[in-house]
Design a protein around this ligand. Structure first.
Ligand code: ATP
Ligand code: MG
Length: 580
């Protein structure tokens, strides 16, 4: 009995603080034993890797404990939102491997929220303020100094009711009036100082069109939506800690004194995902897209889920990464190298090994018969015996990597250099005999002689040489474009650097961003070669280019014009740079 309790304790300790609370609530029979969560994106951009952290929690725990996670679009600001984003968000959640219960929209609650606002006005708990928003902001006070009450704060209920109706009917210009909750201008929590709860917006809404001219603010929609839906656990990021009392306040008002006790959503906050050399936040990413800094939301340098997908990241690698970093209540800056090691681990186990030459130089085997062709078998994945093999053709005229030849090589150079033997992977041992150079002294062709007794896999072929290099047969390979990506930002913490620069230069976000961009974030190599085996590889297919890295087929790829994206190098290039 004692042992079981201890085991339970140990298990509890390994759970993060949010999961622990779920386990406790379920054990205590709270919410009638129900677990209902939601993932509440605003459809104002594409999801990024930070959202994956929230998604894994909202969907992951609901699935693990027999609950349900609904997808709710927090679509309360028509000026920023669009149906394109709704569709993209759904696609990305499914790609990550999660399923929602119901699909909800905060805009479905506009009628209820409007009625709730009317009720608050009638009860003297809300009023229409006719001051400009800058003045309202200036009257908020500071955390240690009480705010100033609006001259409209105590206007008659009927006046506010009539004006709010006019706002709703489109008779009031944007910015001319707002509805404010009447709470406490001296409250130590600034969010209680008569927060704005409704504003006038004339932009048509992507779902409700011109039906509404007034829209609820986040704090007047989010908690209420949770409540209407019967959410039990409402998880969000740390910046909402200070909003939580207001979240609870409006739910208390909504339930109208009914003793719902534990039958109400409870908000708990966790730390945001923040990656080094990466700028998140849809607002910033939208600037990059609009200004043409990147080719679109799915540019493989973008930290969006569709960007990572196009870059060759797998859903599994992202989920495992999120699992590794965990959930706490402290802000952190996570290491991109950890994310990269996750994708490497995943692709190492699954990606087919092929040969590709990114900086081609000719290699001629002078004693190999002209016109002879041999077919070698390549092991698809040494990590997976069931993956089988595929053929590759060999001949007298080959491509090798320029960097695999050196005329005057240092002692420890084990690749091609005159007089030295090297193995051509899956083929023969060859001995370099020299090279040809052009008028500028640039090497244009390397010569070698092969040893027919050393074909890989034949008895006696295991003669040891120090180096092995890859190759392609010139007549039996395909031309390909290869896109090599590096980090988009020079700064380790672009979020803070962006804020600092904007403050220092008093400039727009894009002006600051342009100073922070890594000019070498994309290198396009149009003249590469790959195995003919890749002739009909489909977009998103993953491969390991032996000795080079992990690559995937880009969506721009066509038969006759293959395009590959580098997902990651074979080894960690990030950690090295970071420690420089
Ligand atoms: P952004 O500023 O990037 O637009 P957001 O918080 O405004 O982010 P929402 O669409 O409102 O984006 O967020 C949906 C959910 O994702 C919220 O619960 C939010 O807390 C969570 N989320 C957003 N960014 C991160 C992040 N970097 N790490 C973890 N969770 C995040
Ligand atoms: Mg937002």
């Amino acid at each position: 009995m004692e042992i079981r309790e201890e085991a339970k304790d140990a298990e509890k300790k390994s759970l993060n603080f949010i999961e622990q609370k779920v386990v406790e609530d379920l054990a205590a029979g709270k919410n009638d034993g129900r677990l209902q969560t939601r993932f509440p994106p605003e459809p104002n951009g594409y999801l990024h890797i930070g959202h994956a952290k929230a998604i894994c929690l909202d969907f992951g725990l609901a699935a693990k404990y027999g609950g349900v996670c609904n997808l709710r679009f927090d679509d309360t600001n028509p000026t920023k939102e669009d149906a394109e984003y709704v569709e993209a968000i759904k696609e990305d959640i499914q790609w990550l491997g999660f399923k929602w219960g119901n699909e909800y929209y905060a805009s479905d609650y506009f009628p209820q929220l409007f009625d709730f606002a009317l009720r608050l006005i009638r009860e003297g708990k809300a009023y229409v303020d006719e001051q400009p928003s800058e003045l309202i902001a200036a009257q908020k006070g500071t955390p240690t100094k009480a705010g100033t009450e609006s001259p409209y704060r105590n206007r008659p209920v009927e006046e506010s009711l009539a004006l709010f109706q006019q706002m709703a009917e489109g008779k009031v210009e944007e910015g001319r009036m707002v509805l404010r909750a009447k709470i406490d201008m001296a409250n130590s929590n600034m969010h209680f100082r008569d927060p704005i709860i409704y504003r006038v917006l004339k932009t048509p809404h992507h779902r409700t069109g011109n039906r509404w001219q007034v829209y609820p603010m986040y704090d007047f929609a989010h908690g209420q939506s949770d409540f209407f839906e019967g959410v039990t656990h409402s998880w969000c990021t740390l910046e909402f800690v200070v909003h939580r009392p207001l979240y609870d306040y409006f739910i208390d008002e909504l339930k109208e004194g009914k003793d719902l006790d534990d039958h109400r959503p409870r908000q708990t906050e966790f730390n945001k995902l923040n990656l080094n050399y990466t700028l998140l936040s849809k607002r910033n990413l939208l600037v990059l897209v609009k200004e043409g800094v990147v080719s679109g939301w799915d540019d493989p340098r973008m930290p969006t889920l569709c960007g990572f997908r196009r870059r060759g990241y797998t859903p599994d690698s992202i989920r495992k990464f999120v699992d590794k970093i965990g959930y706490t209540t402290y802000d952190a800056l996570n290491d991109f190298a950890l994310l990269e090691s996750s994708v490497r681990e995943d692709l190492n186990a699954t990606a087919t090994r092929v040969s590709a030459v990114l900086h081609p130089i000719r290699l001629t085997l002078t004693n190999y018969p002209e016109g002879q062709v041999e077919t070698m078998q390549v092991v698809n994945n040494p990590e997976d015996e069931t993956a089988g093999t595929h053929p590759i053709r060999f001949s007298r005229h080959l491509w090798i990597e320029a960097e695999d030849f050196m005329e005057d090589a240092p002692k420890k150079y084990f690749r091609m250099t005159p007089g030295q033997e090297v193995r051509l992977k899956n083929a023969y041992i060859v001995k370099c005999t020299g090279c040809r150079k052009d008028a500028d002294g640039k090497v244009t062709e390397v010569f070698a002689e092969y040893d027919p007794e050393t074909r890989s896999g034949l008895p006696g072929a295991d003669r040891k040489v120090k180096g092995t290099i890859h190759w392609l047969s010139q007549e039996h390979c395909l031309r390909a474009e290869v896109r090599l990506y590096d980090r988009l930002w020079k700064d380790e913490n672009p979020r803070d650097e962006l804020a600092r620069l904007q403050e220092e230069l008093q400039c727009t976000p894009i002006e600051a961003m342009r100073r922070m961009l890594n000019p070498q974030s994309l290198e396009i190599r149009p003249d590469c070669y790959v195995e003919e085996f890749l002739s009909d590889a489909q977009p998103l297919a993953h491969f390991q280019f032996q000795r080079i890295g992990y690559f995937c087929v880009d969506k721009d790829s066509r038969p006759g014009h293959l395009v590959f994206n580098r997902t990651a190098t074979l080894k960690d290039s990030w950690a090295k740079v970071a420690s420089k």
